[in-house]
Ligand binder design. Structure first.
Ligand code: GUN
Length: 294
């Protein structure tokens, strides 16, 4: 029997509808309109598409957004100055610096300059630390999307072995940090996992991945996960978005793995749409957090 597909588009649209209704409530109660500031440096075509989608998504849920488009030759100092302005702007609640930044910019210094209360990506050391300690302020968007899609399909994680392929600061590390917590706000059944992180130096990769109840691929290598790496019936979440010619493909060999896995996310239409939905949730949360200290 082929794997059941987990529909990220449908799940994301449910979440967006929930956020839209919360934004409406919030504004009715006199709350400010939540606003996201997106900073895009250079003209990377994929980033242009992402940023445009984020702006459209904000408008759909009743939030404001503003795109700051800077030339590829922008200096680190100029970017730091812009971030300082946005940090101090009382009408900007969330700040997102679209990655990757062009070569030559000091990405770490730039990300560190985003005020932790406005850091809707949850990249700031303070927000990473809070997550690791089990008291998150913002949940990082893509990892949160992964947990949301699992939870909304009723796939319990408590006591399960989750293998995460990839140790990036955007997906692998924060996802592993979320899954080992006792509860990240979705109930204990959607946390409390035993987690293994694998990476490019891991040995006997297939032997490890075959022990996974839930296998998450977040590496950025098309076709990395083949059928022999998946235990029959396992849940496979494909976070990869790779352009191969004209086509978008994930890290999972979809045709092979769909005949082995129990559940599988497609690419496109899997985890991707959830990232933006969780960004909207964080932008509303940022606005609410800032209202407390205004
Ligand atoms: N580029 C690819 N994914 C992301 C993300 O989640 N946040 C930001 N800021 N840039 C990205």
């Amino acid at each position: 029997m082929p794997a059941m597909l987990l529909d990220g588009k449908k799940t994301a649209s449910e979440i967006r509808a929930e956020v839209a209704s919360e934004v409406e409530q919030w504004k009715k109660q006199g709350g400010k309109t939540p606003k996201l500031a997106a900073v895009l440096v250079g003209d990377d075509p994929a980033s242009q598409v992402y940023v445009r989608n984020k702006e459209r998504a904000c408008a759909q849920v009743g939030m404001a957004s503003e795109l700051f488009r800077l030339p590829v030759a922008t200096s680190t100092e100029a970017l730091l100055e812009l971030l300082e302005q946005l940090n101090n702007d009382p009408y900007v609640h969330g700040i997102l610096v679209q990655l990757p930044l062009p070569y030559g910019l000091d990405t770490q210094r730039i990300l560190d300059a985003v005020a932790p209360n406005k850091d809707v990506d949850a990249f700031a050391p303070e927000n990473v630390g809070l997550l690791v300690q089990g008291r998150p302020r913002f949940l990082p968007c893509t990892p949160h999307g992964v947990v949301q899609i699992l939870a909304r399909y009723g796939i319990v994680l408590e006591g399960k072995h989750v293998v995460v392929l990839g140790r990036s600061d955007i997906v692998g590390k924060p996802l592993a940090n979320m899954l080992v917590q006792k509860d990240i706000g979705l109930g204990p059944q959607y946390a409390n996992a035993s987690v293994t992180i694998c990476h490019s130096k891991s040995q006997n990769l297939a032997a490890i991945t075959r022990t996974a109840d839930v296998l998450v691929a977040a590496v950025g290598k098309p076709g990395l996960v083949s059928a022999d790496m998946v235990r029959p019936g396992a849940v496979v979440i494909d976070v990869g978005i790779n352009r191969v010619g004209e086509k978008l493909v994930g890290d999972v060999d979809f045709d092979e793995v769909s005949s082995v896995a129990g559940h599988l996310t497609p690419v496109p239409g899997g985890v991707g749409p959830l990232t933006i939905a969780m960004l909207l949730r964080n932008t509303l949360l940022a606005c609410q957090i800032q209202a407390l200290v205004d």
